[in-house]
Design a protein around this ligand. Structure first.
Ligand code: NAD
Ligand code: DAU
Length: 339
C-alpha cells in the first residue's frame, strides 16, 4: 500500500537513516521530512535523495503550530502517518540547560499530537528512549513495565513526551505507538555522541574524554536495526502499546573506546579520564522480547560486523565529519570540555 509519512527530525542521525531505508525498502511511499534544522539537523545526510520526487523537505519547528500545519499541508490529502523523531537528544547539553529540551521534546510533542489528531492521521509513532527508565544495577533489564525514573533533563523531557502520547491514546482514542530504544550507532551521527566523537578525536590524535571510571554500560544497537524496528512497529504494532528495542549488546564505555583505538591502530595513551557526567546513569540494558515475540522483529547486525562498518563509514566520509565538526560545534565543545 502506498503511504505518506510525515517524518519529524528527518535531517538528524536516526531520522535520516530512516528516510534512506524507506526509499530503499518502500520505494513507492512518499516522505515529508519536517525538521527545524537545529545544530543537529544536517540536510547533507540526505543529499543523495535531493532529486527523488518522493522525498520533500519542510523546514519548521514542532513546537510551532503554524509550522506543523505547513508540514501536514505538504503531505497532501491522502492518508498520512507520523514518525516523530524530532527532539533535542544530547544528555550533556541538557545538563548545561534544560529549557530547549522541554520546549522541543514536551511542547513539541503535544503540538504534533494535536495537529496529527486534527489531520486525522492514521498512526503516530513516537520515537522514545530507554533513558526514560533511569539506571539499572549490575543485573536485570528494562521491560515495558519498568517504572519511568529519568535522571537528566533530556530523559525527563522524553518521559514527559511519552506520557503525553499515552494521554492522547487514552483520552482521545488516538492511534499511537511508542518505541524505547537503546543507544544507536552508525552513519550520520553527530560527533558529540560517544562513538563518532572517539573516532574523530582518535584519527586526529586528540585526547579521548572518558567520563568517570569508564565502566558505565550501554546496550548498543546499529541504527539500521532501529529503523527496521520502527517500520515494523508502524506496520504491525498494536495501537497504544510501548515497544522496547535493543540487541543484548552491553559494553562498558572503556571497552568501546579501546575497540575503536584498536581498529584505527591508535595508542591507548590517548584515553583521558575526565570528570563524570552529573547524574550519570550506570547501566542500560533492554529486554526486547515483546517486539520479537509479538511483531517478529530481531536485530540483523552484530556488533562485530557493524562497529567496523561504522568506523569505515566515518573514514570514507571525512568531508561530512569535517563539516559538522566546525562552527557552533566547536563553541559547544569548549563549554563542555574547557580548553
Ligand atoms: P539528533 O539530535 O541527531 O536529531 C534530531 C533532529 O531533530 C535534528 O535534525 C534536529 O534539527 C531536529 N529537531 C530538533 N528540535 C526540533 C524541533 N523543535 N522541531 C523540528 N525538528 C527538530 O537525534 P537522534 O539521535 O537522531 O535521535 C532521534 C530521536 O530518537 C530522538 O527523539 C531521540 O530521543 C531518540 N533516540 C535516540 C537514540 C540514540 O542513540 N541516538 C536512542 C533512542 C532514541
Ligand atoms: O540510550 C539511548 C540514548 O543514547 C538516547 O536517548 C540519547 O539521545 C543518546 O544521546 C544516547 O545517550 P547517552 O548519554 O547514553 O549517549 P552518549 O553518546 O552521550 O554517551 C554514551 C556513554 O559514553 C555515556 O555513558 C557517557 C559516555 N561518554 C560520552 C561522551 C560524549 C563519555 O565517557 N565521554 C564522552 O565524551
Amino acid at each position: 500500500m502506498t503511504r505518506t509519512l510525515l517524518v519529524t527530525g528527518g535531517a538528524g542521525f536516526i531520522g535520516s537513516n530512516f528516510i534512506h531505508m524507506i526509499v530503499e525498502d518502500r520505494p513507492d511511499w512518499k516522505v515529508v521530512n519536517f525538521d527545524a534544522l537545529t545544530y543537529a539537523g544536517n540536510l547533507e545526510n540526505l543529499a543523495s535523495l535531493e532529486s527523488n520526487p518522493n522525498v520533500t523537505f519542510v523546514q519548521g519547528d514542532c513546537a510551532e503550530p503554524d509550522d506543523v500545519q505547513r508540514g501536514f499541508d505538504a503531505c497532501g490529502d491522502g492518508p498520512v502517518s507520523v514518525i516523530h523523531f524530532a527532539a533535542e537528544s544530547h544528555v550533556d547539553r541538557s545538563i548545561l540547560g534544560g529549557l530547549p529540551f522541554v520546549r522541543a521534546n514536551v511542547l513539541g510533542t503535544q503540538v504534533m499530537l494535536d495537529a496529527a489528531r486534527a489531520r486525522k492521521t492514521e498512526r503516530f509513532v513516537h520515537v522514545s528512549t530507554d533513558e526514560v527508565y533511569g539506571s539499572l544495577g549490575a543485573t536485570g533489564f528494562f521491560t515495558e513495565e519498568t517504572d519511568l525514573d529519568p535522571s537528566s533533563p533530556y530523559s525527563a523531557s522524553k518521559a514527559g513526551s511519552d506520557m503525553l502520547v499515552q494521554a492522547a491514546h487514552r483520552t482521545h482514542g488516538f492511534e499511537t505507538l511508542t518505541t524505547r530504544c537503546s543507544n544507536n550507532y552508525g552513519p550520520y551521527q553527530f560527533p558529540e555522541k560517544l562513538i563518532p566523537l572517539i573516532i574523530a578525536n582518535a584519527r586526529e590524535d586528540k585526547p579521548l574524554p572518558v567520563y568517570g571510571d569508564g565502566m558505565q554500560i550501554r546496550d548498543w544497537l546499529y541504527v539500521r536495526d532501529h529503523c527496521e524496528a520502527i517500520l515494523t512497529v508502524l506496520e504491525k504494532g498494536t495501537s497504544g502499546e510501548v515497544y522496547n528495542i535493543g540487541g543484548h549488546n552491553e559494553y562498558p564505555n572503556i571497552d568501546i573506546v579501546k575497540a575503536i583505538l584498536s581498529a584505527l591502530d591508535k595508542p591507548e595513551s590517548l584515553i583521558t579520564y575526565v570528570k563524570d557526567r552529573p547524574g550519570h546513569d550506570r547501566r542500560y540494558a533492554i529486554d526486547a522480547s515483546k517486539i520479537e515475540r509479538e511483531l517478529g522483529w530481531k536485530p540483523r547486525w552484530t556488533f562485530e560486523q557493524a562497529l567496523p562498518a561504522t568506523i569505515e563509514w566515518y573514514l570514507a566520509n571525512d568531508e561530512w565529519s569535517q563539516g559538522v565538526r566546525s562552527g557552533a560545534y566547536r563553541d559547544y565543545l569548549k563549554t563542555q570540555y574547557g580548553s
